[in-house]
Write a protein that binds this ligand. Sequence first.
Ligand code: PGA
Length: 253
Amino acid sequence: MRKHIVAGNWKMNKTFSEADELLNDIMEGLEKVELNRDTLIVVCPPMPYLEMATDYANDSYFTVGAQDVSANNNGAFTGEVSAEMLQSIELDYCIVGHSERRAYHHETNSIVAAKINQLLAHNIRPIMCCGELLDEREAGKQFEVVQRQIEEGLFHLDVEAIKNVVIAYEPVWAIGTGRTATPEQAQEMHHHIRTLLTAKYGASVADEISLLYGGSCKPSNAKELFAQPDVDGGLIGGASLVADDFIKIAQSF
Ligand code: PGA
């Protein structure tokens, strides 16, 4: 059975002391609640706080992920962080191909594929983001856009490697806008993605891969989204910055 995952993408928010407080609130909050079945919680703070987050994670029910990684090995890449560095502080997950990185840092599908290779070579599970822009949806192109992102980002992987990947469908028009995809829109795209995975890797492999929804997911809509058969959790931005909201979302299965 595939994992239920709720991952918090803090993006570029919080000072060190605020991050400390939020991690502490998440740890204390998780002690007070019963989470359903096998829900995995991943917290993805900015790079400078990753080590602090792993310290908290050692005493708590969450694991830690990074928000990005370099497509290159170690060396002369000023400002970048390698997969080997992330592995050396024992991170389990890393987001790649977020639409903000695609838009502001010109990340193409082939760069995303190279980052995924770096992560898998260092035993870190990628959370690969995909999703269409508003004008692409309005032109009815959402399925082909996402198909291309999946094929070019992931389909070079073999069957063993793909099992370590998590996919997050995040329609760009829903990110940070308060305009969430309807549960039907999310399910329709997740089903499309699972169908692509089935055609390429077979049904038993496709059934093991967790597909997360992201884009204005909050406590008030998480239950309905997570109730969809192909929605296995969420990648949460804004609501992951408030411990109570994040934990409520994690309780929504
Ligand atoms: P949001 O962000 O929940 O604030 O819409 C989601 C994301 O970008 O991962």
